[in-house]
Design a protein. Structure first.
Length: 168
């Protein structure tokens, strides 16, 4: 049976928004696994996602300090449906990202990252899938705030969807 996965990053609560968009909370409720790639800013969101998610895998970002860094790793990994998934906040500049991440994470099948707020979906020459869900609260220069959903089943990533959120 496939595992439904929700990807988010760069929530920056409460600096960029008071709360996550309602559509994203609905997606949390529907997901079997919630992945957050850092820049939470406030530990209250971590508490709420831990309470509300069936399973949470997450890391800290460059804007996370104190208790967030105490409770979360810099890099998190999990095995799901035959896939080794990693979560890290920063991957450096876009140029050369695929080669750098393939060399840094040869044991992973999928690497979820954040930091840029720019949605990203590429696959390296070694087969590592790189995914950045963007930000659900701070679109920066993007047309929309975003998050991603996908399914993991029998060693495959399926049904990847980038979800644009309406402007507040």
């Amino acid at each position: 049976m496939a595992t439904r996965v929700l990807l988010m990053a760069d929530t920056h609560l409460p600096k960029r928004a008071r709360d996550l968009p309602e559509a994203l909370w609905r997606a949390v409720d529907e997901a079997d696994l919630v992945v957050h790639a850092g820049d939470w800013v406030d530990v209250r969101l971590l508490d709420e996602l831990e309470a509300r998610s069936r399973r949470l895998v997450a890391c800290w970002g460059n804007n996370d300090h104190g208790e967030l860094r105490e409770r979360l790793p810099e890099v998190a990994t999990v095995e799901v449906e035959g896939i080794t998934l990693g979560v890290v906040h920063e991957t450096g500049q876009a140029k050369g990202r695929e080669a750098r991440m393939a060399a840094a994470y040869p044991h992973l099948d999928v690497l979820v990252f954040g930091h840029s707020h720019i949605p990203w979906d590429t696959t390296t020459t070694t087969g590592l899938r790189l995914l950045n869900p963007g930000s659900p609260t701070d679109r920066r220069r993007q047309p929309h705030c975003t998050y991603m959903t996908l399914s993991l089943d029998s060693g495959e990533v399926q049904d990847l969807v980038m979800h644009p959120l309406p402007r507040a």
